[in-house]
Write a protein that binds this ligand. Structure first.
Ligand SMILES: [Zn+2]
Length: 154
């Protein structure tokens, strides 16, 4: 039996009708199946049911049973509360980053970036200059040696 994670398998006696949202797996490990009620008080009403309980035609057990409309209502409520939390977080962040502090931070960051770029460019120029200087020095030394050699020959 494949277990879908997310559903806690504890508190077996409180399962029936108390699952929040859409149930994915029963506490017994069985999958949840969608069924349509044929009972008189709830004709054609869809519900979620433990597959094990369905195949064994169990009645008044504590395996998962949940009306689909109630489950979906739970999901909608859960999602709307999540959306509210996100909205709240966004608002809090707006307060933190609002106004002068935020602008100063951006300005500082921009300044740091410019400084870094300038520094890198200067360093690059220096490095080039150094290698050029070395080349020049070598050429000068070779030139000197040649001159000295010629002088000695003469
Ligand atoms: Zn079950």
């Amino acid at each position: 039996m494949s277990n879908i994670s997310g559903a806690s398998s504890g508190s077996s006696s409180t399962w029936r009708g108390r699952v929040v949202g859409v149930p994915t797996v029963c506490w017994c490990g069985a999958q949840i199946v969608g069924k349509i009620s044929k009972s008189d008080p709830n004709p054609y009403r869809r519900y979620f049911r433990c597959a094990y309980a369905v195949s064994n035609k169990l009645m008044d057990d504590n395996h998962v049973f949940k009306w689909v409309d109630e489950a979906l209502l739970n999901e909608v409520e859960r999602l709307s509360s999540e959306a509210k939390t996100l909205e709240q977080m966004v608002k809090e962040n707006e307060i933190v980053f609002d106004g002068v502090e935020y602008e100063k931070m951006v300005f500082d960051k921009g300044l740091m970036k410019v400084e870094k770029e300038v520094f890198e460019k200067v360093e690059c120029v220096f490095r080039e200059a150094k290698t050029n200087m070395k080349k020049m020095m070598i050429l000068v030394i070779i030139g000197c040696m040649i001159i000295v050699g010629f002088v000695k020959l003469i």
